[in-house]
Design a protein around this ligand. Structure first.
Ligand SMILES: O=C(CO)COP(=O)(O)O
Length: 250
């Protein structure tokens, strides 16, 4: 049994609530594809209007981040309960921009991943190397470390339902997409690492996305790779192009 593809948009810090509704109305008819799970990860303030706007479509709404505590004195943070109560199913954890600008670490990523599973949220767990790391030949070592810490104390049953997004930092927002071979090589190493931590069945079940300058042009070849189960799309998820990316196989 094959893994179902999953294509997620990461809107980052774009779209006001009213712009979110307009964009979803525009994209709704373009992102129909029974072969693909379609997720729009939107800013927290857009979640409620986005869920309303996406009703009756195949679009699921995700969050871009959440905190790892249940509630309390954490000014500015969003709790897992707030997300599930609003109808959110997916949450991006540990995006490289969160790690770079908001001091997230492999350890906080792990806490958030555990908390997401506790609440029945599917985490989209991000990993990726810098250009320097790639040039120094330590990409696979680095990614394995990120994965091993992110999955500490995660059970095999939980891991089977997780999504991992491999996003080379040098390919994000740069128009520099990793070559198909580079992307497949790392996604295959991630699957092997999951196999080592858990077992073959877990490695086969987990879904691994590629992210970094994914476009309507690059998506078909990327998503056809054995270990690439879809994409996490930034810039192109804000445009009608996203419809073509979701329909990469048509
Ligand atoms: O960071 C990304 C998705 O999370 C990728 O962004 P771009 O598609 O804009 O390169």
């Amino acid at each position: 049994m094959g893994r179902k593809k999953i294509v997620a948009g990461n809107w980052k810090m774009n779209m006001t609530p009213s712009e979110a509704v307009t964009l979803i109305d525009t994209l709704k008819p373009l992102v129909k594809n029974d072969d693909v799970d379609v997720v729009f990860c939107v800013p927290a303030i857009d979640i409620i209007p986005a869920i309303e706007a996406a009703k009756g479509s195949n679009i699921q709404i995700g969050a871009e981040n959440m905190y790892f505590e249940e509630k309390g004195a954490y000014t500015g943070e969003i709790s897992p309960n707030m997300l599930t109560d609003a109808g959110v199913k997916y949450v991006i954890i540990g995006h490289s921009e969160r790690r770079e600008y908001f001091a997230e670490t492999d350890e906080t990523v792990n806490k958030k991943v555990l908390k997401a599973f506790e609440h029945g949220l599917t985490p989209i767990i991000c990993c990726g190397e810098t250009l320097t790391q790639r040039e120094q030949g330590i990409t696979i070592d680095w990614i394995r470390q990120q994965i091993k810490i992110a999955f500490l104390n995660v059970t095999a049953d939980q891991a089977k339902t997780a999504v991992i997004a491999y996003e080379p930092i040098w390919a994000i927002g740069t128009g520099k997409v990793a070559t198909t071979e580079q992307a497949q090589e790392v996604c295959s190493a991630i699957r092997a690492c999951i196999g080592e931590i858990y077992d073959e069945a877990t490695a086969e079940a987990i879904r691994i996305q590629y992210g970094g300058s994914v476009s309507a042009k690059s998506a078909p070849e990327l998503f056809a790779q054995a270990d690439i189960d879809g994409g996490l799309v930034g810039g192109a998820s804000l445009k009608p192009d996203f419809g073509a990316i979701v329909n990469y196989n048509k």
